[in-house]
Design a protein. Sequence first.
Length: 169
Amino acid sequence: HDLSTFAIDEVDKMFREVDFDVKDIDKIIVVSGPGSFTGIRIGMTLAKVYAYCLNKEITTITSLDAMKESINYDGLIVPIIDARRGYVYGAIFDMNNNQVMEGQHIKLDTLKVACENFGDNYKFITNNSILVDSESYEPNILKIVKYSESKELVNPHGVNPIYLKKTEA
């Protein structure tokens, strides 16, 4: 399926399923990246259109923060997204959700070594099958919303994707 051809219908269907009028939205939280270039662009565009049409502001959250917020673990939390060719988008957070290593485009093996430098109490979270020993990412919407409550609201025109990988062109 081509995401852009059915995304608006899926959002509309979701609102109908929960019997919620789109006009009653307080604010919009959108994932700004990193991740699939096309997926991030489509999500950002939808959020901006809704925000503009409803005269609402937007709060952004990185995909790595959303992943970190969705897990409970008493150790280092290492969200990763497959970036292909042995690379991932990854970050390291301590058990208090403080960022220990900034999100970056990094070789998976290099990230594993960085984790080991902090000790042996860490857990990878991913929605890909790039690591056998990892926890599957299931978004915890309530925790993500709670995390986003204190984040700055921005005008929809000021929202831009986060690309951690340098362009190859």
